[in-house]
Ligand binder design. Structure first.
Ligand SMILES: [Zn+2]
Length: 348
């Protein structure tokens, strides 16, 4: 009997693919857990997965980033199986492959194929530019962060070039603080380093550890200095030319009198705007905007689409737009359920 390809997203955010895989949250029925990347909303229930699952799959870079952002002991128990991009793992009747997603270091899409030739794909978080589009799948599960049609960034300038020129201009006045999430901060370091910005890059311990992991996995980031070092303290205290990189959570507490740039994807009207005294936000995103999400689905030509309505609030709207624009059946999951009603997987 031909079993239908299956996929669903549970009320707790687990993306279930085929028979054996749960991505990005724990699910008690699945022997394999996949972690698509090291951002917190994709690490849910990781401790339970390590305790209960046969294997927890991720790339080596994601493993190293989890240790750096969570704790060195976060992955001590359980069986971690690291997979290279493109190398498949066989499990029962299924074959699981991680494929590069352009998001943060180590990020992966997940392809599950079964003996019948059914293909189920989960994009994880991605930016279209550097992400291979997986096509001909029975079900495509797509992220929906910028799933509303108003979330489009069609600027006439290269945001990276703009960021470099803003930093260079402000360095003439002293220290420039950059605020962003892990992964994005390191992308900014790489952009500045590639543009020959050679001042010291100063950062607190955790950002330093994450950056060292990125270097270990091939990124070139420049002259990295922990903020605890004497020379770093002197530069910061004297407001001398250097770039200080802090997690966005520190935005309210450090560098308050200095030039400040905050990198955020939640900007759609202009590539940069002033948000406070000597503070600007720059529209640098590691996600596709609405057009990029639609474009991925258009190129992928899946039979059905599920939009991730757990990690984003516009999954419903994105599903409707996919059906309207591309004629492909699409549904947002998890749906808003009535009490006692069960979430059913859509078949392929
Ligand atoms: Zn992410």
């Amino acid at each position: 009997m031909k079993l239908p390809a299956k996929a669903t997203i549970t009320e707790r955010g687990a993306v279930l693919l085929g028979e054996s895989v749960a991505c990005d949250a724990f699910h008690e029925t699945r022997p394999l857990r996949v972690v698509t990347h090291a951002h917190a909303d994709h690490l849910m229930g990781l401790g339970r997965s390590l305790k209960n699952c046969e294997k927890v799959l991720m790339t080596k870079a994601t493993r190293d980033l989890i240790k750096a952002t969570q704790s060195p002991t976060a992955l001590k128990t359980g069986t971690i199986k690291t997979l290279e991009y493109g190398k498949a793992l066989e499990h029962g009747n299924e074959r699981i492959t991680l494929i590069k997603a352009d998001h943060i270091l180590g990020a992966a899409q997940v392809l599950v194929e079964n003996a019948n030739g059914d293909r189920v794909v989960y994009t994880g978080d991605f930016r279209l530019d550097g992400t291979p589009v997986l096509d001909d799948c029975d079900i495509l599960v797509v992220e929906a962060t910028y799933g509303h049609p108003s979330f489009r960034r069609s600027f006439n300038v290269d945001v990276r070039d703009l960021l470099v020129s803003m930093v260079e201009k402000r360095l003439r006045l002293g220290t420039v603080y950059i605020f962003g999430f892990h992964g994005k901060l390191q992308e900014v370091m790489q952009i500045l380093h590639n543009a020959d910005v050679t001042v010291p890059f100063i950062m607190p311990e955790r950002v330093f550890h994450v950056s060292k992991v990125c270097e270990k996995h091939g990124m070139q980031l420049g002259c990295l200095t922990p903020a605890t070092k004497k020379e770093a303290k002197e530069l910061l205290e004297g407001n001398l030319p250097c770039v200080a990189f802090y997690h966005v959570n520190a935005r309210g507490t450090v560098g308050l009198d200095c030039s400040r740039i905050w990198v955020s994807g939640w900007e759609f009207r202009s590539p940069a705007r002033q948000t406070g005294f000597k503070e600007h936000v720059v529209a640098l995103s590691d996600h596709s905007d609405f057009n990029g999400l639609i474009e991925y689905v258009r190129r992928s030509k899946p039979k059905k689409v599920i939009t991730d309505n757990y990690r984003a609030s516009d999954g419903d709207i994105l599903a409707k737009e996919i059906t309207k624009r591309l004629g492909i059946p699409a549904v947002a999951m998890p749906r808003k359920l009535r009490p006692g009603q069960q979430q059913l997987p859509i078949d392929g």
